[in-house]
Design a protein around this ligand. Structure first.
Ligand code: PEP
Ligand code: MN
Length: 341
């Protein structure tokens, strides 16, 4: 349940509510908004106890309302945190007015490839550099990334271009290592339900970009976010990247519905990945415009200086020219919905 206090609630009153929850075995989570202060009760109580507690809390004159949360997630929900969350990454504010574009190759392949991509995406207006050093591969014969060497190359690319880095972490044991280089830690679609990884990330010092599992419902995705937030890391950025459907024409089906739906369900910032969402270069720009029009806070886009030589995902990677063109056509769409690139 959540306990809603009016705008004028004092520190002492807030502490009284927290103490009342803690006495009954609940944890308390505080969210201070401009309009009101919300205290979330964390834990499980029996229905009867819950009802009594709600009545007792409502008896405090400064408590506006006590609302039961029936959803299986709380910290990630809009009810709990009505104002949109903005995740800061250096000077960027993800979830604010700017549509934040993170672009770069699927995988870090070499110094030349990464630097060429980084310079190109920066010149075209991207605000962050993406690139995998630890790569999930469905085929055990596929490319699995340059690992530590790839992280070093990402560091160099950041030094040269100033672009903050988003890169994937797959193993709980690698979180610290990847966090030394990454400004944002990416959880891939195949790991959205890796609860040990999510738990480890809840203690990480970096924001987490949580991709939607390719067969996950919105509710399952939000519960994955809840794992990270519950452990103390509230800097979660969601990313819709396409789901499995019966349609084989595209690699996945980009679920545009998820954008406005997740904005209603959650306060967390939300990006869209039109590259994996379509799997086809020629569809990426249109899917990006649709995502921004639907209210996405940013994009995660694959760009390769020479897609025909890419070790992974060449078919869905934009060329530098294609990316620059996409950015040009995106600008008026962003402006039309009150955002900027
Ligand atoms: C990626 O971003 O390169 C990637 C592997 O994405 P996903 O986990 O969405 O397949
Ligand atoms: Mn990829």
């Amino acid at each position: 349940m959540i306990v809603i206090l009016g705008a004028g609630a004092t520190e002492e009153q807030i502490q009284q509510v927290i103490a009342a929850l803690e006495q009954r075995g609940y944890g308390a989570h505080l969210s201070r908004g401009v309009e009101r202060t919300i205290v979330g009760a964390i834990g499980i109580l029996e229905a009867e106890q819950k009802q009594l507690l709600a009545q007792q809390l409502e008896a405090f004159p400064f408590v506006e309302r006590v609302v039961p949360i029936l959803k299986p997630y709380k910290l990630a929900s809009r009810e709990f945190h009505p104002e949109p969350t903005i995740v800061a990454v250096e000077d960027l504010r993800i979830g604010a007015e700017q549509v934040v574009v993170m672009a770069g190759p699927c995988s870090v392949e070499s110094r030349e490839q990464l630097l060429e991509a980084a310079r190109a995406v920066k010149a075209a207006g991207a605000s962050m550099l993406r690139g995998g050093a630890f790569k999930p591969s469905t085929s055990p014969y596929g490319f699995t990334g340059l690992e530590a060497e790839g992280l070093q190359l990402l560091r160099e690319a950041k030094e040269e271009t100033g672009l903050p880095i988003v890169t994937e972490v797959m193993d709980p044991r690698d979180v610290e290592l990847v966090a030394e280089c990454a400004d944002v830690l990416q959880v891939g679609t195949r790991n959205m339900s890796n609860f040990m990884l999510l738990r480890e990330l809840s203690r990480a010092s970096r924001p987490v970009l949580l991709k939607r599992g390719m067969s996950s419902t919105l509710e399952e995705w939000l519960q994955a976010a809840e794992y990270i937030m519950l452990g103390g890391n509230e800097r979660v950025i969601l990313c819709e990247r396409g789901i499995r459907t019966f349609e084989p024409h595209t690699r996945f089906t980009l679920d545009i519905n998820a954008v406005p739906a997740m904005k209603q369900l959650s306060h967390l910032p939300l990006l869209v990945d039109p590259s994996h969402g379509t799997g086809r270069r020629e569809l990426v720009a249109a899917a990006s415009r649709a995502a921004v029009a639907a209210g996405a806070d940013g994009l995660l886009v694959e760009v390769h200086p020479h897609p025909e030589k890419a070790l992974k995902d060449g078919a869905q990677s934009l060329t530098p020219e294609g990316f620059a063109e996409m950015m040009r056509t995106l600008r008026p769409v962003a402006e039309a919905v009150g955002r900027r690139l």
